[in-house]
Design a binder for this molecule. Structure first.
Ligand SMILES: [Zn+2]
Length: 86
């Protein structure tokens, strides 16, 4: 069991699973794998935590900046992606 209580309804259990998502941006497409999904088995709500899918946002950011002709330098992307909250 990897479940824990749902913060939304307080009754259900959160089930975690992995999925992949397709993104399209200005005519370019990108598939990102290993996206963590959390879904409540009682209220059916799904949500994600801030830190769940960091790699997804990194990929998206890189993808978009690539599409935009590298308007953002790779140094900036790494800086944004590596930002940590303490
Ligand atoms: Zn719930």
């Amino acid at each position: 069991m990897n479940g824990y209580k749902c913060p939304l309804c307080g009754k259900g259990q959160i089930l975690e699973s992995l999925t992949s998502k397709d993104y399209e941006y200005k005519g370019n497409s990108l598939t990102i794998d290993n996206i963590l999904l959390r879904k409540c088995d009682t209220c059916g709500d799904s949500f994600e935590m801030m830190d769940d899918n960091k790699h997804m946002y990194e990929e998206l950011l890189k993808f978009k900046s690539k599409v935009n002709g590298l308007l953002i330098s790779s140094g900036t992307v790494e800086c944004l992606a590596g930002r940590k909250r303490k």
